[in-house]
Write a protein that binds this ligand. Structure first.
Ligand code: ADP
Ligand code: ADP
Length: 224
């Protein structure tokens, strides 16, 4: 069954409707690409799925539990233990070094510094940013920061990874590397991957594509 499912989501900002009855689901180990024009509601959908924002109406169910029945503390804990995030442009913590940024999800889950940083460095090696362990985000290029953010999203073995344009700042080789790591997590660890993208080369890695338009979702079917 679905690991994460949304039914009939509505969300408005004032008189501006961002979601208008959006439904969505993802299975363990499935890679879903969410596509659609700017302003169609993709980010709002992702933030509702992750429990970062609460929809005005509709339900989000994770592992059989409705997010709206949880306390804020429970939702935060769930984000920390089960979800990984790659936000647009990385969004690393500027005060922390590369390795401290990548280790952060493990540290927040109570892993000791030495072990957290060892695991962080393994992921950084896979993304070829281990040389930037001691640098701060301000000293990294956009692409380096984005790869660092992907390492951070995967470091704590999340059940679901949410990625908003994860390859936006990357050249094609690094974009492929990022998509290979995300799909490998899906295949080997059963990670569900929900990614927002405009890029056909990214959608090429997905199991399923969902089009968002005017705050609603529909599965894209391709003729074979
Ligand atoms: P997308 O990610 O597809 O670009 P968004 O979910 O960011 O779409 O936005 C959907 C609609 O909701 C847009 O019209 C956008 O302007 C509006 N919107 C999103 N976030 C906010 C916000 N915090 N305040 C006001 N309007 C917002
Ligand atoms: P967009 O992709 O449309 O530019 P953003 O990714 O910039 O949207 O973020 C949309 C909203 O989500 C913002 O209002 C931001 O405050 C909120 N947000 C982003 N990341 C987090 C987070 N880690 N925790 C809580 N709120 C967040």
């Amino acid at each position: 069954g679905s690991l994460l499912a949304a039914h009939g989501l509505h969300k408005s900002y004032g008189s501006n409707s961002a979601l208008d009855g959006a439904s969505f689901s993802v299975h363990p180990g499935e890679v879903v690409a969410v596509m659609g024009p700017s302003g169609s509601g993709k980010s709002t959908l992702l933030h509702c799925l992750a429990g970062i924002i609460t929809p005005d109406a509709g339900t989000v169910t994770y592992g059989g539990r409705e997010l709206s029945t949880m306390s804020d503390a429970e939702r935060s804990a769930l984000r920390r233990t089960d979800f990984g995030f790659v936000f647009q442009f990385g969004r690393l913590v500027p005060e922390l070094t590369g390795v401290e940024n990548v280790a952060l999800p493990l540290r927040l889950n109570g892993v000791k510094r030495r072990e957290a940083e060892r695991t962080a460095l393994e992921w950084m090696r896979r993304l070829e940013v281990e040389d930037l362990a001691a640098q701060r985000p301000g000293e990294m290029s956009g692409g380096q920061g984005q790869r660092m953010a992907v390492a951070r999203a995967l470091v704590a073995s999340p059940k679901v990874v949410f990625a908003d344009e994860p390859t936006g700042a990357l050249d094609s080789l690094n974009g492929e590397r990022v998509m290979e790591l995300l799909t490998e997590s899906a295949r080997t660890a059963g990670t569900a991957v929900v990614l927002v993208t405009h890029e056909a080369r990214v959608a090429a890695y997905s199991d399923r594509d969902v089009a968002v338009r005017d705050g609603r979702c529909r599965d894209l079917a391709y003729a074979v």
